[in-house]
Design a binder for this molecule. Sequence first.
Ligand SMILES: [Zn+2]
Length: 310
Amino acid sequence: MAPRIVRACRRGPVARVGGPIRFRRVSHDLPRTIDLMHLGVPHALGAHVHDGWIVDPGPQRTVDRLLEALGDEEPRGILLTHIHFDHAGATGELAARFPDAEIWVHERGARHIADPTRLVASARGVFGEAFDHLWGEVVPVPADRLRVLSGGETIGPWRVAYTPGHAKHHVAYLHEPTGVAFTGDVAGIRIDGGPAIPPTPPPDIDPPTWHRSIATVAAWKPRALAYMHFGVTSTDVEAHLADIDEALTRFTEQARTADNDAMTAFVREWVAARTDEDTVGSYYAAGPFEGNHGGLARYWQQVDEGKLSA
Ligand SMILES: [Zn+2]
């Protein structure tokens, strides 16, 4: 069954937000997913707006689409689950455009958001000439605009949890008034009710840690999950979390012996067996299947070297 993707907020009551009273939208329901149509593909990358906050604005390449969807709405803040370009690349440009918005990021990602030079240089090494086409320009965020998180804090309506495994600097957010968990990549990629699968690019992939992070999200007993790839799960949250847990186990086992080609074929078949042809295209756009092997192979290598536990 397809997860329900709610595109419009209900108009809520008048809220008081510091300073003078002004009218604003308060969502008591599910977040709004903005399809960023990255590279023209639907349902691959989606930013979320909830209760006036933006969660994971997406790459700079698609910032115009986000701004258009916001209209004259001024975000209260920008919450980053992690700093990968597909999730956070637009943050610098948005910070400049919305000078009152605070930017939230985990302490292990903060310095790269403030100075993306190193991150961009290493990504250019991976993506080559395609970098600009894929991600656009990555603008630094002034350090004094950042709220640096360690996980475990509750700030306003938000509970923050440290959820590494996909990235060492990954957090998830629970919006307590509505029970919506914003899971970044921890609950995987799930498109149009298809399977939940783990994006596993290098360099931070650590499946045992990731499994614990899935349990952290599950312990919140969220009413809904919202995530970049793509949208909202509200009807079968527990099944979704069980599914990503299982897929992570199976993908990890597979990568123990499979080479890149075999792993790519395995992931493609895993997805194709559980959804239709068009949706496979969106899964591919959200996380090219060739990208799965590198992070898991690196993990196994570190296990063999005694640096990580199996
Ligand atoms: Zn990521």
